[in-house]
Design a protein around this ligand. Structure first.
Ligand SMILES: [Zn+2]
Length: 181
């Protein structure tokens, strides 16, 4: 544990875990959510609240899981570091998420190449992180996104019916958060 970590802050986090009846250590981060990752290009930014320290300006939510606790706990970077006993690892994860957010912004603004479709109405393709991506558009505004072996037609629980959602879905396929964890 880092020595410059505020003792009072640490004590408060541990107290909250005790109140919840939750384990105090050995948590694992299973996901990081970027609250500013809007579904539309001009969605306003939103922020989350840390379940341990109540900080209400979280952009990156670290989702923590423990095999002996029934629920996941969503916290900010430093609280995540306390829970997993490794502040540096949590800070590194946050840094990688910031880089990913920059890549996502560039990706959304980047260009697709038109390819000649066989069955689809339109076919677009491009590379990201050395991976080839395709977006095919079928009649009735049906979009399919493919990256390598993976192919999807839904994004965040909804059928993909516009190009922007297809682009975001393509980014998640080519640049998954799991690679940061
Ligand atoms: Zn916190």
């Amino acid at each position: 544990m880092e020595s410059n970590l505020d003792e009072a802050y640490l004590a408060r986090c541990l107290k909250r875990l005790k109140e919840l009846g939750a384990p105090l250590e050995d948590w694992r981060c299973i996901n990081v959510i970027d609250m500013c990752e809007g579904d539309e290009p001009d969605d306003p930014p939103s922020f989350a609240t840390c379940e341990l320290c109540d900080c209400s300006r979280l952009r990156y939510v670290h989702v923590m899981k423990h095999p002996l606790y029934f629920a996941e706990i969503e916290v900010g970077c430093i609280c995540a570091g306390i829970m997993e006993g490794d502040i540096i690892a949590a800070e590194e994860r946050e840094r990688l998420m910031k880089n990913r957010a920059k890549r996502r912004k560039n990706f959304v603004e980047g260009k697709w190449k038109k390819a000649s479709p066989r069955k689809a109405l339109h076919l677009y393709t491009r590379m990201h992180k050395g991976r080839k991506l395709w977006i095919s558009v079928y009649p009735g505004n049906r979009y399919y996104v493919r990256c390598g072996e993976k192919s999807i037609s839904r994004y965040k629980g909804h059928p993909i019916n516009n190009f922007y959602s297809a682009v975001y879905a393509a980014f998640d396929l080519a640049d998954p958060v799991e690679e940061i964890l």
